[in-house]
Write a protein that binds this ligand. Structure first.
Ligand code: SF4
Length: 371
């Protein structure tokens, strides 16, 4: 398949692994964070860690959109789903994210009309087909998925669909990245930048990483050779004493991003003053809400969403995993009380979550065998 097979060549992978080895300074340990959950998934799916020298450590970041949704937001969603006459729609991953008591899937089992959709436009179609019901879309995701929610809301407004609304949980990647860089307990040498987000926002929003924090960042694609090449580019910057934003994913990411998508987002959304991230606490200006022009579609106002705050379960160490402070298997409940079938934390739910990636793609078994 064009643009896929040529980025999965084992032979070229070995060549890149050799070039990576040649860039390393003897005795130095390198920590490189992949910001995006899509990269985490690819890294474990293709066993990229096995191709790297031992002193190049990959650290997983906060870029899985399902993982960062706090329990309180799930509880808010369930409260709306349980209201009479509501059809509650969300992506499949969200169904299994634990709230304080139970999940949206449990709410469905109790009789709530909760439906999985593949896009917000599916939710809008359901609203058209059910004019006597209130249809709510639980929107999640970074800048990658926010434009599709924005376009759906524009269409709802243009068509005058009054029984459609949205719980907006869209988040932005730069503020948590900045928070991580401010964190004293995490020493990172460079970043694999979020290729999907950058298709929308471009590369410029990441210039603060080298400018303010002196760390290289390489915007990367998601195939194994993309990731290996990006790691090589980061290490090469370090060995040459350079520090900048580079774009490995030029076949998809334009420097300026998708200007039309940014315009649509600017029309439909505005920044929230602050937003709670699971395990990371409140981060200023890190999430989106509907702008004044689209307020009529805001489900939080329409249903007087309680806005509950719930502390994470004591056993849950998703926050440390999302910050890259611990590896998934270092969490005390990994693979025992917390599994994909019965998740305690969000990182075990989505395929992009680091814990699910470790568990589902064999790292758990291999690590256990090695002990
Ligand atoms: S094992 Fe479960 S509780 Fe522990 S960090 Fe992973 S998802 Fe969170």
């Amino acid at each position: 398949m064009k643009y896929v097979d040529e980025y999965r060549s084992a032979q070229l992978g070995r060549v890149l692994a050799g070039e990576i080895l040649a860039e390393l300074e003897p005795g130095r340990h390198y920590k490189v964070m992949e910001v995006c959950g899509g990269h985490t998934h690819s890294i474990y799916k293709y066993g990229i860690g096995d191709l790297l020298p031992e002193n190049v450590e990959l650290v997983h970041g906060p870029g899985c959109p399902v993982c960062v949704i706090p329990m309180g937001r799930v509880d808010d969603g369930i409260a709306v789903a349980l209201k009479d006459g509501v059809i509650f729609t969300c992506f499949g991953d969200m169904l299994r994210v634990p709230g304080s008591q139970y999940t949206l899937l449990d709410a469905k089992a109790q009789g709530a009309d909760v439906r999985m959709v593949y896009s917000p436009l599916d939710a809008l179609r359901i609203a058209r087909e059910n004019p006597d019901r209130e249809v709510v879309f639980f929107a999640i995701g970074f800048e990658t998925t926010a434009p599709s929610t924005a376009l759906t809301l524009k269409r709802a407004k243009a068509e005058g669909i009054a029984n459609f609304s949205c719980v907006c949980n869209h988040v932005t990647i730069v503020p948590p990245l900045r928070a991580l860089l401010e964190s004293p307990d995490l020493r990172l040498d460079g970043f694999i930048g979020p290729g999907h987000v950058c298709t929308v926002v471009g590369v410029r929003p990441f210039e603060f990483v080298p400018l303010d924090y002196g760390r290289p960042i390489v915007i990367s694609g998601f195939e194994p050779l993309d990731i290996l090449q990006s790691i090589l580019m980061i290490l090469r910057q370090l060995s040459e004493g350079r520090c900048e934003v580079e774009n490995q994913y030029t076949r998809v990411v334009p420097t300026e991003g998708n200007v039309r998508a940014l315009e649509v987002m600017a029309d439909v959304f505005e920044l929230r003053p602050h937003f709670e991230w699971r395990g990371l606490g409140f981060i200023s200006q890190s999430a989106l809400k509907l702008s004044e022009r689209y307020r009529e579609f805001d489900a939080e106002e329409r249903f007087a969403v309680p806005g509950v705050r719930v502390a994470d379960p004591k056993a849950c160490q998703c926050g440390e995993v999302l910050k890259g402070v611990i590896k998934p298997w270092e969490c005390k409940v990994f693979g025992t009380a917390c599994t994909p079938e019965h998740a305690i934390g969000t990182c075990m739910v989505s395929p992009e979550g680091a814990c699910a990636a470790y568990y589902n793609l064999g790292r758990f078994a291999r690590d256990r065998e090695a002990v």
